[in-house]
Design a protein around this ligand. Structure first.
Ligand SMILES: NC(=O)C1=CN([C@@H]2O[C@H](COP(=O)(O)OP(=O)(O)OC[C@H]3O[C@@H](n4cnc5c(N)ncnc54)[C@H](OP(=O)(O)O)[C@@H]3O)[C@@H](O)[C@H]2O)C=CC1
Ligand SMILES: CCCCCCCCCCCCCCCC(=O)[C@@H](N)CO
Length: 350
């Protein structure tokens, strides 16, 4: 009897179970497909912005990285508005930008931004002259370095005002029109010191970290309107601002920053403009910049499947490498402290 039953089971029950098995397989496929759609949906790349004929506003466009960004956009046929305070530097920069023209229709205007709160009026003027803003580059900024207790309290406020609020106001001035037109690009120039808090940058780093928070929140609001936000994280870059910073920068800050080298502003400009045109959320430079961005991606948006996959695969490896970097930064700080104490003791003996 039992052998008859097993015989029956092995041949006939298989056919009975078949519909259930098929149902299960189909259900599994549907679940996998939905999951895949969910994963892929934020990875769809936006359509690149056409720079030829576009109106690009660059704050801090009279010097350094901002000036090179303006020139790079001009080389691609854009119309440019430069915004800064110093009239003399603006006139000089306008001349340099105009040298990069590729057709005789291109126009570059410069606006003195003395009253930060009247941005709206300034932009109305710019829009009247060159049409609605297609891309805003928030590059105006400054750096103050020093040990936490040695930096004047009002400097912390100053940096938040210039680096953070100085990016909020211009952005406020352009988003409404961008939303109406269902297009646009907004770039924030942060810094590698906006991805990692460094010795000497207790006032500067937070003002650059703040831009990342702003950019993430803003991107979520703007994406349905086809507006893409880019945050650039350059390393030390050879500019007048950098030369100024170096006059008072603590030795520790310099030694740690040297890890990722010094970039040329024209290289930085090329990379950030390309990333903004493509609508990439993160723009970084060199191998250290790449690792730092993958490591600190957190919940920031992704704009391509390769970017997402690279982050997934490299996260653990880069954290391991980062621990070595952190160890070497600690040892720089310790060595500098010992050196200072020794030279102080020697001074006393003399
Ligand atoms: N150079 C570097 O090593 C790095 C720089 N960065 C960031 O890149 C940006 C540009 O730096 P960089 O090119 O070196 O700087 P520069 O000092 O060479 O240029 C700064 C520009 O910003 C303008 N600016 C400064 N303060 C204000 C303000 N309060 N209101 C309006 N405009 C202002 C300046 O014009 P004016 O003074 O006439 O107003 C100038 O056009 C900054 O945000 C900086 O933090 C990030 C990483 C590295
Ligand atoms: C896997 C992990 C890799 C980690 C690499 C870490 C490298 C840290 C270097 C930090 C450099 C900070 C430069 C700030 C530049 C700046 O903003 C000022 N010069 C502005 O004037």
């Amino acid at each position: 009897m039992s052998s008859a039953l097993s015989h029956w089971l092995s041949f006939n029950s298989w056919w009975l179970l078949l519909p259930f098995v098929m149902l299960l397989v189909v259900a599994a496929f549907i679940v996998a497909f939905v999951l895949l759609l969910y994963m892929i949906s934020p990875l769809i790349s936006p359509k690149p912005l056409k720079l030829n004929g576009a109106h690009v506003v660059v704050t801090g466009g009279s010097s350094g990285i901002g000036k090179w960004i303006a020139m790079e956009c001009y080389k691609h046929g854009a119309f440019i508005t430069l915004v800064a305070r110093d009239e003399h530097k603006l006139v000089q920069a306008k001349k340099e930008v105009e040298k990069c023209a590729i057709n005789d229709k291109q126009v570059c205007i410069s606006l003195r931004d003395i009253y930060i709160y009247i941005y709206i009026y300034i932009y109305m003027y710019a829009q009247e002259k060159l049409g609605p803003v297609d891309m805003l580059v928030n590059c105006a900024g400054m750096s103050i370095s020093g040990k936490f207790e040695e930096v004047e309290v009002d400097r912390f406020k100053k940096l938040m005002e210039v680096n953070y609020l100085g990016s909020v106001y211009p952005t406020r001035a352009v988003v409404t029109t961008m939303k109406e037109r269902r297009m646009g690009r907004i770039m924030f120039v942060s810094s590698q010191a906006g991805q990692i808090g460094l010795f000497g940058y207790t006032a500067y780093s937070p003002s650059k970290f703040a831009l990342r928070g702003l950019a993430e929140a803003l991107q979520m609001e703007m994406k349905p309107y086809n507006i893409y936000v880019t945050v650039a994280y350059p390393p030390d870059t050879d500019t007048p601002g950098f030369a100024e910073e170096n006059k008072t920068k603590p030795l520790e800050t310099r030694l740690i920053s040297e890890t990722s080298g010094v970039c040329q502003p024209e290289q930085v400009a090329k990379v950030v403009v390309k990333d903004a045109v493509q609508g990439n959320f993160t723009s970084s430079f060199g191998p250290d910049g790449y690792m730092l961005s993958a490591l600190t991606c957190g919940m920031s948006p992704v704009t391509s499947i390769t970017e997402g996959l690279q982050q997934i695969v490299t996260m653990g490896l880069f954290r391991t490498i980062a621990l070595f970097y952190l160890g070497s930064f600690d040892s720089i700080v310790r060595r500098c402290m010992i050196q200072r104490e020794q030279s102080k003791a020697a001074d006393k003996r003399e």
